[in-house]
Design a protein around this ligand. Structure first.
Ligand code: ZN
Length: 166
C-alpha cells in the first residue's frame, strides 16, 4: 500500500511526494522485518501534510547539525583533556567516542525523511497504472503533459484552501 507518513492514509489517487529511501528508513525496515511486523508500505507525504512535513524536516536537519557539532566538540574537549593530563587512557578515549556517538544519535527522535521532489504528483495504484497503460489516457506516457494537465488544478486547489481556512 502507498501511505502518507504523516496521516497514515492511503494516497492512491491523491497528490503526494514519495519519500527518499535513506539509511534510517532501510534500518527501520530491517528491524521491522526481523520483528516480523513489516508492512512493506511505500512511503509518501500527501499534499495536505507537505507544509507540516517540511517544517519537521527543517527541525530535524537543524538538530542533526547541532548534534554533530556538539558531538565533535565533546570528543575534542575530552581528547584535549586527556592529552593535557599527560596520561593516555584508552578507556577514557573510548567513552569519549561513545558519548559523542550517543549525542549524534539523539536527533533520530525527531526524524523526518527527505523527499524525492518538491512538487506533489498524482499517485496511481499499481492496478490503476495497468489500466492507464491499456487505455487512451495520455498522462502515463508523457510526463510533460502530466505536469501541464495537473498544474492549473493545483493552483485552484491551493487558492481554495487558503480562502476556506483563513
Ligand atoms: Zn498525509
Amino acid at each position: 500500500m502507498k501511505v502518507c507518513v504523516f496521516c497514515q492514509e492511503n494516497v492512491d489517487g491523491k497528490n503526494a511526494i514519495p519519500v527518499k529511501e535513506d539509511r534510517i528508513i532501510r534500518i527501520i525496515r530491517k528491524v521491522k522485518k526481523a520483528l516480523n511486523i513489516a508492512q512493506l508500505n511505500e512511503l509518501y507525504v500527501c499534499e495536505d501534510d507537505l507544509k507540516k512535513h517540511k517544517e519537521r524536516r527543517k527541525t530535524f536537519e537543524k538538530s542533526m547539525l547541532f548534534a554533530s557539532v556538539l558531538a565533535g566538540v565533546i570528543v575534542l574537549i575530552m581528547i584535549g583533556a586527556l592529552v593535557l593530563s599527560g596520561r593516555f587512557d584508552i578507556g577514557a578515549l573510548v567513552s569519549a567516542f561513545i558519548i559523542g556517538a550517543f549525542v549524534l544519535i539523539l536527533p533520530i527522535f525527531r526524524y523526518a525523511p527527505a523527499l524525492e521532489s518538491d512538487v506533489p504528483q498524482k499517485v496511481y495504484s499499481a492496478s490503476g497504472l495497468r489500466l492507464c497503460a491499456g487505455s487512451d489516457i495520455p498522462m502515463q506516457t508523457n510526463p510533460a503533459k502530466t505536469r501541464i494537465a495537473t498544474a492549473p488544478e493545483k493552483k485552484t486547489g491551493r487558492k481554495k484552501r487558503k480562502d476556506g481556512v483563513k
